[in-house]
Each structure stands twice: as structure tokens, then as C-alpha cells.
Design a protein around this ligand. Structure first.
Ligand SMILES: [Cu+2]
Length: 424
């Protein structure tokens, strides 16, 4: 199952993957059906403007479109999952941080064009947005989207979201504000992933089947697998049936917070311990010796001498094996670890998705490829059992990460790159 995250929750490595995949799409020739020019042209042409901005078909067509685009990204970087731009909650201003700067520092340390800032425009050059985009408020659209989620029937819900979605297009300005150009700005796909997420969220509380006019609506030019038939609305009704879902929540913990007590406000269902709450540590930082991070929930004073066995506050350990930054047979082991570089394409294979490794070496990114497979080590610890044990009426939980070496001695300066909390 692919889980589409909020773009603000991508680790540095995941952001590199996404940017490299986009740059790879941009670099493919216009004649390549999987290239950016062709895919972006599906929306507003050329070759044909297929998109649906009315009913039926607004939600369903764009869901099929995003899947085709995500698959094209994964043909270049098979770990990539399309992230979403959440303009529909809180008081958001501007586009996501990762999309704001014209350049970024790549894996090799070079300053290069940021593929999330602009794409190759339909009529040449690069796409643009309104000049004051970074300070443009979207809060009114966020509250309008929240109102839309209260709609009781599909038609009204879709029409309300469609209206707000258009507001995001127009307010972002530049290429995004015109249908023929919109999909050439890469923010388009993050924007529509949020539209799709809102639909998925509404579906979870309104499980009735699609209206018949929606269920049979043909979604050209997206064909069914191994078929010359177009997909229809009912083919894309379930995101889980299509092999993906949206991550609901995440929180970054700055690495400086090792050995400090962190007070976290968890969403209610995570607080009750009834749904997954995973702590994810980027375990790829080069280290000279092995270490473990012990995680305590509800014990703000925990230290290296706090007992672990039989202690309800002890959530588990994330072990970091020194030396695993080198390629080789050594694999990190942690409870529920999510895989490492050597099997990073397993998920793609499980889904029957063909990905073309030869393309990697044809990208102007080949130097990063070796690092790509070497650096991807995310170690996960499921916190739900411990959260359930210490559940309280309070909104807040304390979390304490205690780093110790192999002899159990405290390590105050463990070079852990990034730590985050997330749920599906
Ligand atoms: Cu749109």
C-alpha cells in the first residue's frame, strides 16, 4: 500500500527522491508517453484536453490522472509516493516550503534548479506563479473546504470542493490559473492530491456507492490494465482498491530533542492507542559505533538507568547498527523496520508495477543513484501499545528518547538526522 504523505512531512531523502523523479520526467523527450510534456498535456492539451472540471467526472478523472502521474514518477524513483499540499486546514499561507525556492542543494551538494518550483511550461520556458505567492493567504479556502466536508450527498460535496479547488488554482496564479497551463506547474499534482484526499476522507464517512452517472463515466485516456477499455468511475472509487491511501498526521521532532522531554499533542484516536502512531528515525547517519534509542511514553524523567523490562512507560528501542551506511549485507534491525536500500523496490514489485532501472543511468542524476540506494534507512517503532497503556484524559503525552551505547552508557551526541511521528 502506498501512503501519500503531506509534503511538509517528507524526510530530506524523500524530498531528494521526489525532486529527482520530477527532474527525470522533465528531461524525457516530448515524444515519450511517460514524459512530463505528454502527461501535463493530458490535462489541458496538447494532444487533447481530457480533464473534467464539472460533474460527472471531476473527482474520478483527476484520481486516475494522479495515479498515472505517480506511476510515471515511480518509473524513475520507485520509492516516490505523490505527496499532498494541505491548503484545506489551519491557516496556511503560500505554497509548501519545498516548492518556494528556485534552487535547492542536491545530494551531491550542488545548487541546482528546484523541480518543485517550476516545470517546463507548455509554450516554452518555465512555469511561474503570482509574485507574492509566499505570503498569499489561503485560510478562507481552508475553512470553505472544511464546510464542504459536511455535505451530505456526493453531488453537493463534489461541487463544493470543485469550487474551492478552483479558488486555489486562481489564487496561486500564473500557469496554475489557466486550465491549459495548470498541469505544467508541478504544484498542480500536490494540489490535486489534496482534492483527492478530501474526497477519500469524505468517502470514509459516506460509504454509499458512487452515483450511477459517476460510476460509468469513462476516464480517457486512462485504460484499464491489460485492456483497451477506458477506466470508468467505479474503477477508481476506492483508493485502497487502487493501492494507496493518505497519511493523516505527522510531526517532526528536531534531532536536538534526544534526551529532552517532548510534550506531544496527539490526535484523539492515537491518544487512545487505537490507531498506529509510529516513531520514524532516519537511521542513515554515518556512525562510528552502534547505539540504541530507548523510547519512553509518559515518563518525563526517564534516563539510561530507567528499567525497560516490565515498565509500562517503555515503548521499545530503535537500534542503530554502526557501519550500515556502507553498502553490503549488513541490515539494520528494528521492530517493524520498513526496509532498506537493498529491497527498496519490493513494494513496486508487489504491486506489479514495472519500473525501469535503466532509466536511472540515463538521467543527469546518475551520481546520486549509488547514494540513493545506500542512504534510505528509515527505522520505525510502533508506539500504539505504550500509548494505550499510559492513556489519560489529558490531551498531551510526554515522549522521551534516551540514547545509549552497546554497554548501556548514555550517549548525548548521537548523530541522528531526522525523527518524526506519523500515522496512516
Ligand atoms: Cu484542478
Amino acid at each position: 500500500m502506498r501512503t501519500r504523505p503531506n509534503i511538509n512531512c517528507l524526510s530530506t531523502q524523500q524530498l531528494h527522491d521526489l525532486r529527482e523523479a520530477l527532474a527525470g520526467l522533465y528531461a524525457l523527450p516530448a515524444s515519450d508517453p511517460q514524459g512530463f510534456a505528454n502527461l501535463a498535456g493530458f490535462h489541458g492539451g496538447p494532444p487533447t484536453s481530457y480533464c473534467r472540471h464539472g460533474a460527472p467526472g471531476f473527482f474520478t478523472w483527476h484520481r486516475a490522472y494522479l495515479m498515472a502521474f505517480e506511476n510515471a514518477l515511480r518509473a524513475i524513483r520507485c520509492d516516490v509516493v505523490l505527496p499532498y499540499w494541505d491548503w484545506s486546514s489551519g491557516s496556511s499561507t503560500g505554497v509548501p516550503a519545498a516548492c518556494r525556492d528556485a534552487t535547492y542543494v542536491n545530494r551531491a551538494g550542488a545548487t541546482v534548479a528546484n523541480p518543485l518550483y517550476a516545470g517546463p511550461a507548455r509554450t516554452g520556458g518555465m512555469t511561474s506563479r503570482r509574485s507574492d505567492i509566499d505570503t498569499t493567504p489561503y485560510d478562507d479556502l481552508a475553512s470553505q473546504a472544511q464546510t464542504a466536508l459536511g455535505a451530505a450527498d456526493f453531488v453537493s460535496f463534489q461541487n463544493q470542493v470543485n469550487a474551492v479547488h478552483g479558488g486555489v488554482h486562481v489564487r496561486t496564479g500564473g500557469d496554475m490559473s489557466n486550465v491549459p497551463e495548470a498541469a505544467f506547474d508541478p504544484i498542480f499534482y500536490l494540489h490535486h492530491a489534496n482534492v483527492d484526499r478530501l474526497w477519500a476522507q469524505w468517502q470514509s464517512s459516506h460509504p454509499a456507492a458512487l452515483p450511477s452517472g459517476e460510476a460509468t463515466w469513462a476516464l480517457a485516456p486512462f485504460n484499464r490494465a491489460f485492456s483497451t477499455q477506458w477506466q470508468v468511475g467505479s474503477d477508481v472509487e476506492s483508493t485502497v482498491g487502487m493501492g494507496y491511501r493518505y497519511r493523516r498526521w505527522c510531526l517532526w521532532l528536531p534531532p536536538i530533542r534526544l534526551w529532552e522531554t517532548i510534550v506531544v499533542t496527539l490526535p484523539p484516536e492515537m491518544r487512545r492507542g487505537t490507531t498506529s502512531a509510529r516513531l520514524v528515525v532516519d537511521g542513515s547517519a554515518p556512525m562510528s559505533r552502534s547505539a540504541e534509542i530507548r523510547v519512553f511514553i509518559g515518563d518525563p524523567e526517564a534516563d539510561d538507568r530507567t528499567r525497560t523490562i516490565g515498565n509500562p512507560a517503555f515503548a521499545g528501542t530503535i537500534a542503530l547498527f554502526a557501519g550500515h551506511a556502507d553498502p553490503g549485507p549488513t541490515k539494520p534491525v528494528a521492530p517493524g523496520h520498513s526496509g532498506d536500500g537493498s529491497d527498496h523496490c519490493r513494494e513496486c514489485e508487489r504491486l506489479g508495477h514495472t519500473h525501469d532501472h535503466d532509466r536511472h543511468v540515463h538521467q543527469p542524476l546518475s551520481g546520486a543513484e549509488e547514494q540513493h540506494t545506500r542512504e534510505r534507512i528509515d527505522l520505525e517503532l510502533e508506539l500504539a501499545p505504550a500509548v494505550g497503556r499510559v492513556a489519560s484524559e489529558s490531551d498531551e503525552l510526554t515522549l522521551r528518547l534516551v540514547a545509549v551505547d552497546v554497554d548501556g552508557r548514555p550517549l548525548k551526541d548521537l548523530p541522528v538526522g531526522e525523527v518524526r511521528l506519523e500515522t496512516d
